[in-house]
Design a protein around this ligand. Structure first.
Ligand SMILES: *Cc1c(COP(=O)(O)O)cnc(C)c1O
Length: 375
């Protein structure tokens, strides 16, 4: 709904600022992890909330030529910006979606024998090769052929010839914890499978595998979260540049006495006389309800002009209360913008408070914000 942000302009309750320069820098930094290895970009789920069209355009400028999406609809949107790029669709196909792949020159990632048979039948009936990727499971048990199925397919020359695979790939379950034994196991299994398809480029590494130096680079890297500034590795300082800043506007201020309670459920009792600012955004905008505070448990923090303002009480559908007692009054004014996450409050810190991960916060941002692209 682009008309919304255009017509409402800066009267929206919240705004999202997306720094395309930071996105390009992150791409360059990540591709430098493995010089000489091709680096794709994963742009599924609206490019992790940044907006797929703008993200693809910026990543093309940064030198990216291969994109991964989850569904054909996302592939169409990537294709509209990148007519020449290679676009893989991770979640594969169903019979109804086959014509869509052909129309937009999308390459399905195939991980099931039935799906493979459908694509092969379609390819045999068409005039030109119809490239695809093969997904092999190496222990995550989510998508992909079993090792036995991959072996059988590798021996079936006719079937392989109709498929024209341009990539063989797998996905790591535990790359966010580099020392996890699953990593070595999956890398070894993938190296073995990959030998069955010696002429086809191979891909295994997501952001965490790249940043954790797992030496799982193969021929094509597939970072997602790190491009957008999110934390890929557990318990490490995040080296990536934040791309998304979420801010909400102060719509009301109130002075409260010690002992008063704030918000639904009267969950938070004030331990001191406080100045409370009410912000115009809430869980309906994708700011998680569990980032709120109670007497038992502190909540997330927000930031105003370099001063912390912790969330007070439960997050409502469209409103959040924050404690601005320690913020100079000049800054904590009605109409002022408060950073919910971005360059100063890390999205992963807010996510941790809410018992989730940065990925979920970014991809859960809704459309009610004013969107600003910079860089
Ligand atoms: C989402 C996804 C990626 C990107 O993972 P990040 O952790 O965001 O870097 C790579 N490969 C596959 C198969 C995925 O589903």
């Amino acid at each position: 709904m682009p008309a919304l942000s255009e017509s409402l302009g800066d009267v929206a309750g919240g705004r999202l600022t997306i720094d395309l320069n930071a996105l390009r820098q992150n791409y360059q930094k990540l591709s430098a992890c493995a010089p000489g290895v091709d680096c794709a970009s994963v742009v599924k789920s609206d490019a992790y909330g940044t907006g797929i069209e703008k993200a693809v355009a910026a990543l093309l400028e940064a030198g990216c030529t291969t994109f991964f999406v989850a569904f054909p609809e996302e592939g169409f949107r990537a294709r509209s910006i990148a007519p020449e790029a290679t676009v893989y669709v991770l979640n594969g196909l169903n019979q109804e979606s086959i014509p869509l792949f052909a129309e937009a020159k999308l390459r399905p990632v195939l991980g099931d024998p039935e799906e493979i048979a459908e694509w092969a039948a379609y390819a045999r009936n068409s005039d030109s090769p119809q490239p695809c990727a093969l997904h092999v499971d190496t222990g995550m048990n989510r998508l992909g052929l079993s090792a036995a199925q991959a072996r059988k397919l590798a021996a079936d020359e006719d079937l392989l010839a109709s498929l024209s695979p341009t990539l063989v790939m797998s996905h790591l379950a535990c790359a966010n914890t580099p020392s996890h034994p699953m990593n070595a196991l999956q890398i070894a299994r993938f190296a073995e499978i990959r030998e069955l398809y010696p002429d086809i480029p191979a891909s295994l590494a997501n952001s965490a595998a790249m940043l954790g130096n797992l030496r799982a680079h193969f021929d094509l890297l597939r970072p997602g979260i790190a491009l957008y500034g999110g934390q890929a590795l557990d318990n490490q300082v995040n080296q990536m540049e934040p791309v998304i800043t979420l801010e909400a506007r102060i719509i009301q201020l109130r002075h409260l006495e010690k002992g008063e309670m704030v918000g639904y459920g009267a969950a938070q009792t004030l331990a001191r006389a406080s100045r409370i600012a009410i912000l115009g955004a809430g869980y309906a905008d994708g700011y998680h309800r569990r980032a709120g505070s109670s007497d038992a448990c502190p909540g997330a923090t927000t930031m105003i002009s370099g001063y912390s303002a912790p969330v007070v009480g439960r997050v409502s559908m469209d409103l959040i209360a924050v404690d601005v007692t320690d913020v100079p009054e000049d800054y904590a004014q009605r109409g002022a913008w408060v950073e919910l996450f971005g360059k100063h409050v890390l999205v992963d810190d807010v996510a941790e408070c809410a018992g989730t991960i940065g990925y979920e916060l970014l991809t859960g941002l809704r459309r009610r914000y004013q969107r600003i692209y910079v860089g």
